[in-house]
Design a protein around this ligand. Structure first.
Ligand SMILES: [Zn+2]
Length: 275
């Protein structure tokens, strides 16, 4: 089955992962800007990183017939440094019109601090002024509910934000409704240990249905599985979910969300199919 992985950090993965993802049916991915495993020393470090996201990865993905898209921001961990964050936010517009950029992300909260909230709102402001889609990172573990609540409140307080143009990621059983009931899209992250396992993700789908929900591997340099979305496909099949429902979660939903960006380009597989 063709699928899209809407959240994966390919900068930290080897080329063989692209090959295996393509073999499993992956036709497009999106790569949010994130923490690099260390705090960068200057805004110039981010310039090089953004260059990598808009130039290097699309070429590496295309070798395997996969469309690569990216999102730009300074992540919540490094957002604790407000002056560095402002320098990075000021640089983002230089890259926004690059052909593979879908919007601003993954912005959000890490430890739910005041500085993180300030920088989150400044990213929101940039997204509103430039009419970009937004991809949201929610904190992990015990701070998740509180952080998601704070994020939803900030989004709702800004009347310029259109919920259908925002995806709240890393939702779990106790936060999924906060996202959906407020009109946002949501993403479940499938991890071998923390976050959702494929089985938990299918439990969530059985609880809330298949509208406005997608699943991703969030593969990065840590313990993660770039083939996590195909694992979800297998788990939904094992439980007898119809193929149409599976396809909606792993393909049609991300497609519908991403198509709202003027810079979305159809996967090569879809273009060739209609010829
Ligand atoms: Zn991420």
């Amino acid at each position: 089955m063709q699928y899209i992985d809407p959240h994966i950090h390919m900068i930290s993965r080897v080329t063989d992962d692209y090959h295996r993802m393509a073999q499993c049916g992956c036709v497009a991915i999106s790569e949010p800007a994130f923490w690099a495993g260390f705090d960068r020393g200057s805004a110039e470090g981010f310039r090089d990183y953004f260059h990598h996201l808009v130039e290097v990865e699309p070429k590496r993905a295309a070798l395997f017939g996969i469309r690569h898209f990216s999102w730009l921001c300074i992540n919540a961990k490094e957002a604790e440094n407000v002056s560095l964050s402002r320098d990075v936010i000021a640089m983002i517009p230089e890259f926004l019109q690059r052909p593979n950029v879908l919007g601003i992300g993954e912005i959000g909260l890490n430890k739910n601090t005041k500085n993180e909230a300030t920088i989150f709102q400044e990213h929101m402001d940039l997204a509103a002024k430039t009419d970009e889609l937004i991809l949201i990172h929610t904190p992990h573990l015990e701070d998740k509910y509180k952080g998601t609540r704070m994020i939803v409140d900030m989004l709702k307080n800004d009347t310029r934000v259109k919920p259908h143009r925002v995806c709240i990621d890393h939702v779990e059983e106790h936060t999924v409704k906060l996202a959906l009931d407020n009109g946002f899209w949501c993403g479940m992250t499938l991890y071998p240990t923390t976050k959702c396992t494929p089985a938990r993700a299918v439990d969530i789908i059985e609880m809330v249905g298949t509208e406005k929900i997608m699943a991703n591997s969030a593969g990065d340099w840590g313990k993660s599985d770039p083939l996590a979305v195909p694992e979800l496909i297998l788990e939904m099949r094992r439980r007898g979910h119809p193929e149409t429902a599976i396809q909606k979660v792993v393909f049609e939903n991300p497609l519908e969300f991403f198509r709202q960006s003027a810079r979305w380009q159809e996967p090569f597989a879809l273009l060739n199919f209609s010829k």
